[in-house]
Design a protein around this ligand. Structure first.
Ligand code: BG6
Length: 476
């Protein structure tokens, strides 16, 4: 079986992780420009000042995408290039840059797939309370509208938010991302609500423009499974899925928060202010939303924890998923049973769990829910032999997940595309340049020279034959 002809084979990046040029051409300061320079916040003090210099080399990078036959490029727009202070004055040079990137994609027939928010918030807004402040949500909508008005003639696929589950948890609970708060649960739930307001208003603004494209929401999807069938652990699974998936996706697809979460937040005195108007907005936007983007790397195995023993690990390693960690509300913890397969960074490998997870979403949001896998890939320390980057484990990882997707499509899942994370090696927020994901290697000892890896030609051939020859298929 080949993948259907309207299925997009893509790859992704995000502005802060590739662009560099942090203070060029009128760009304003983002929260990451500031946070990454605080002592001990990133691995070896790495930051996105230069990153892989995509800002100056996008033509070379997109030419490589063209050579690969990539069908779609998912990238994000740095809010601070368009509105240096988050709101107010538009910076024309920022508009020019993304016009150029989009036009360059079009030149090779690559479909631009644009994320509006991939974590780099204007610092000016962070200083006024960031996502806990209603004004940030309103400013985001203005930024999004500006993008629709300038780029919407060519960009027909939009993502409002990337992985709110992580940037908000790390920002307000574990402190690994800006604004770096520790266990600030009141702000956390307030920020979730404002993010949802921003999302809903943006979806409505997009549809009112009648640009006849699609808009969705990308979720960091780590479906939770109970360690065993004990009642406590099944409880933990349910709780974890409620607070890590459904609190993010229910407002987007059903227009309301899960009752379970509302009840639990009320009992804990953590319910943010939610107005009737907000709920009307959510409901309206939920009727207009087109797709869910799933960023899937791994499932989680969870078990209930004794709340008296729960403590949050504020280390960077814990947020990067390397350790077993007790979560923010002391209800459950993630465990790593020995009989599972893990990546070098300790993430469980399980393509079937993605299909099971999609099944869970279909039960809740309908069998026809339209899905893009907006991220999936292997973070590894690639082997280099005689100058060749032999990333065979990446090929095997992606192959297994594509095989699972084919199976899902055969079973009737409405999966419309796959974006490998990432097209090119880039800056990892918490792992610097040590953890590589790309099809293209970047030599940090040789002027950021690009070099194709083994996986580059492999993915090229997968695209060319539309996934017909994936290995495990042939083996039955
Ligand atoms: C996702 C993010 O969480 O995972 C990406 O959307 C990120 O921006 C990717 O780079 C991989 O994360 P990490 O920590 O392994 O580099």
């Amino acid at each position: 079986m080949k993948f259907p002809c309207d299925f997009l084979f893509g790859a992704a990046t995000a502005a802060y992780q590739v662009e560099g040029a942090w203070n060029e051409d009128g760009k304003g300061l983002s929260n990451w420009d500031v946070f990454s320079k605080l002592e001990g916040k990133t691995l070896d003090g790495t930051n996105g000042d230069i990153a892989i210099d995509h800002y100056h080399r996008y033509k070379e990078d997109i030419a490589l995408m063209g050579e690969m036959g990539l069908e779609s490029y998912r990238f994000s727009i740095a809010w601070t290039r368009i509105y240096p202070d988050g709101t107010g004055r538009i910076n024309q040079k920022g508009i020019d840059f993304y016009n150029d990137v989009i036009d360059e994609c079009m030149k090779y027939g690559i479909v631009p797939f644009v994320t509006l928010y991939h974590w780099d918030l204007p610092q000016a807004l962070e200083e006024k309370g960031g996502w806990t402040n209603k004004e940030t949500a309103d400013a985001f909508v203005r930024f999004a509208e500006t993008c629709f008005d300038h780029f919407g003639d060519r960009v027909k696929h939009w993502i409002t938010f990337n992985e709110s589950v992580y940037f908000l948890r790390f920002g307000y609970i574990t402190g690994a991302h800006p604004p770096g708060h520790h266990n600030d649960q009141t702000s956390f739930f307030r920020a979730i609500h404002q993010m949802h307001r921003a999302h809903a208003l943006t979806v409505i603004a997009y549809k009112e423009r009648k640009q006849y494209g699609e808009i969705g929401f990308s979720h960091g999807f780590a479906p939770n499974h109970a360690l065993n069938e004990s009642k406590d652990n099944i409880d933990a699974e349910n709780h974890a899925n409620m607070f890590e998936t459904f609190i993010y996706l229910d407002p987007v697809f059903l227009g309301k928060y899960p009752d379970y979460c509302l009840e639990s937040l009320k009992n804990r005195g953590l319910l943010p202010e939610i107005s009737e108007d907000d709920m009307k907005l959510f409901s309206r936007a939920s009727e207009l939303i087109d797709f869910v983007g799933l960023n899937y790397y791994h499932p989680n195995t969870v078990r209930k924890i004794d709340p008296r023993k729960a403590s949050i690990d504020y280390s960077r390693e814990a947020s990067a998923g390397k350790k077993k960690q007790a979560y923010y509300d002391g209800y459950y913890e993630i465990v790593k049973p020995e009989d599972r397969e893990y990546t070098r960074w300790g993430w469980e490998v399980d393509p079937q769990a993605l299909l099971d997870g999609i099944g869970m979403l279909q039960d809740r949001y309908g069998v026809n829910i339209r899905i893009y896998i907006t991220e999936n890939g292997l973070g590894d320390h690639d082997e280099i032999w005689d100058g060749e980057v032999l990333d065979q484990p990446r090929i095997e990882f992606i192959e297994k997940h594509l095989v699972a997707l084919k199976k899902g499509i055969r079973e009737g899942m409405n999966i419309k595309g796959y974006f490998a994370w990432s097209f090119i090696d880039l800056l990892s927020w918490l792992n610097g340049y040590e953890k590589q994901y790309g099809f293209v290697y970047v030599d940090h000892n040789d002027g950021l020279k690009r070099k194709k890896k083994k996986s580059f030609d492999w993915y090229k051939s997968v695209i060319a034959n539309r996934g017909e020859n994936l290995k495990e298929d042939k083996n039955g």
